[in-house]
Design a protein around this ligand. Structure first.
Ligand code: BGP
Length: 488
């Protein structure tokens, strides 16, 4: 039977520079905001917001401390092993590989006179290796990292200076990699700046500062920078496609109480606020009231609104892992409110109809179909699922195998629902599973939270041989790609 996935559909996987490369201070690279995030053992962890936060004191301490336990400085040694890793992806039959460029590998301090040639040359080698295997690179320009010097000097994206610096960085890439890179994304999960301003935008929120004021102002600068990057990409390389990227969690009302419905609607609207701006080119109507109610006054320069309106993205990429629930009255006796699902940024209550991962992420394949249909009808532009996967503790059996049937089940159900969404009329360009090779977790800096089809022998403390081992899901995904999504 013919596959429901269109012929042009791109199958692959995704990683991020700061979670795989290592070589944090090699070949001229400057320190990045990811390099200063220390590993905190689970028993010492506070909330996720605290874990993802940063203070100037901790920042300076980390910059001075070259030997401390900063797992993203190690990554999984992709910087040296990229040929071996790309060969493994090619063995699975990948058509596309989503990766990011480390901004401080190109502009070590963010505002250097000239780009770092050794950094540019590294990504030339990676893109050439991908092309040798017939794999399209899909490149994120800033994936949860930026030169730490821009935090010290400007407090990250809180400052307008970042707009010009980002555009100069982006146009350097468009010019250098013209013909090698056909798919660009400006920022990874831009909406996470709202809940994790340091992770998403290198912003330190300290003292009496209003976190929402800083976050929305930083986001406005990122929107303008993203739109100007879209403009420069079209001027420098008319063949390339450039998109925006969103972290999409689906939020359910905990009950059919009208106030729960309203709260879920508001949270789903806020979850798409950034794509409203980047896809439609205007701020959505509801945001003005939200700003007034939270003392936010975003400063815009003359011309900003025209920049946003005239430089819309070609496609909308997003990550989808889970759904959550929300309630207008979580303590309400009527609900016997279940505990908050751990391990994620939302204030969700556990959904009694869904299983959760070991990190409390509620597994909901049908939710992926729901968001695909909703977003396609809201924006009417091509979509790309650029992150989806299951973080789990994998075990090596006595015979050396890794039987991750739980991960195969997760992927099979989500791919099935993508197929249903395509039958529903959604234009979907491709699918890059998250963490196609085990890597350092973005939120917890753990290695034990494994996502890959390929196991990497390294533990949370960085001990291990870094040997790569094919898991059971490696052979399963190879079959899925060969059958174009038919044989799940
Ligand atoms: C997304 C990030 C990815 C990746 C993923 C999994 O938010 O874009 O970088 O890390 O989440 O999250 P984690 O690594 O925290 O399990």
């Amino acid at each position: 039977m013919a596959s429901v996935f269109p012929k042009y559909f791109l199958w692959g996987g995704a990683v991020a520079a700061n979670q795989v490369e290592g070589a944090y201070n090699v070949d001229g690279k400057g320190l990045s905001t990811a390099d200063v995030v220390r590993y905190v053992p689970p028993e010492e962890r506070g909330s996720l917001e605290e874990l993802l936060g940063m203070t100037r004191a901790r920042l300076e301490e980390a910059i001075a401390d070259t030997e401390g336990n900063y797992p993203k400085r190690r990554g999984i040694d992709f910087y040296r092993r990229y040929k071996e890793d790309i060969a493994l992806l090619a063995e699975m039959g990948f058509k596309v590989f989503r990766l990011s460029i480390s901004w401080p590998r190109i502009f070590p301090n963010g505002d250097d006179e000239a780009p770092n040639e050794a950094g540019l040359a590294f990504y030339d080698r990676v893109f050439d290796e991908l092309r040798k295997h017939g794999i399209e690179p899909l490149v994120t320009i800033s994936h949860y990292e930026m030169p730490v010097e821009l935090v010290r000097r400007y407090n990250g994206w809180a400052s307008r200076e970042l707009v010009g610096l980002f555009v100069r960085y982006a146009e350097t890439l468009f010019a250098r990699y013209k013909g090698k890179v056909k798919y660009w994304l400006t920022f990874n999960e831009i909406n996470c700046t709202l809940k994790a301003p340091f992770l998403g935008a290198g912003v330190l929120v300290e003292g009496e500062a209003n976190p929402k004021q800083l976050a929305f102002q930083a986001l406005h600068h990122q929107f303008v920078a993203s739109a100007l990057a879209v403009k420069r990409c079209r001027e420098l390389d008319g063949e390339a496609k450039i998109g925006c990227m969103l972290a999409r969690k689906l939020i359910y009302p905990y009950t059919c109480h009208p106030l729960d419905i309203l709260k879920a609607q508001e949270e789903n609207q806020m979850a798409q606020f950034c794509t409203d701006v980047q896809v439609r080119g205007v701020y959505p109507s509801f945001i003005k009231r939200h700003w007034e109610e939270h003392g936010v006054a975003v400063e815009m320069q003359p011309g900003d609104e025209a920049i946003l309106r005239e430089n819309l993205v070609d496609y909308l990429a997003f990550s989808y892992y889970m759904s959550v629930t929300t309630s207008a009255n979580p303590e309400g006796a009527v609900r016997g409110g279940a505990g908050q699902a751990a391990g994620n940024l939302s204030s969700g209550l556990a959904n009694p109809y869904l299983e959760s991962s070991e990190w409390g992420w509620q597994i909901d394949p049908v939710g992926l179909r729901v968001v695909l249909k909703e977003m396609y009808d809201r924006y009417r532009i091509p979509l790309f699922v650029v992150e989806n996967g299951l973080g789990a503790v994998d075990r090596i059996e006595a015979d050396g195998s890794i039987r991750d049937d739980y991960r195969i089940e997760y992927f099979a159900r989500h791919i099935e629902q993508m197929g249903e969404a395509i039958k529903d009329g959604v234009e979907l360009w491709g699918y890059t599973s998250w963490g196609c090779i085990d890597l350092v977790s973005a939120s917890t800096s753990e290695m034990r939270k494994r996502y890959g089809f390929i196991y990497v022998d390294q533990d949370d403390e960085g001990k291990g041989t870094l040997e790569r081992i094919r898991k059971k899901s490696f052979y399963w995904y190879k079959k899925v790609i060969a059958s174009h999504g038919e044989d799940l």
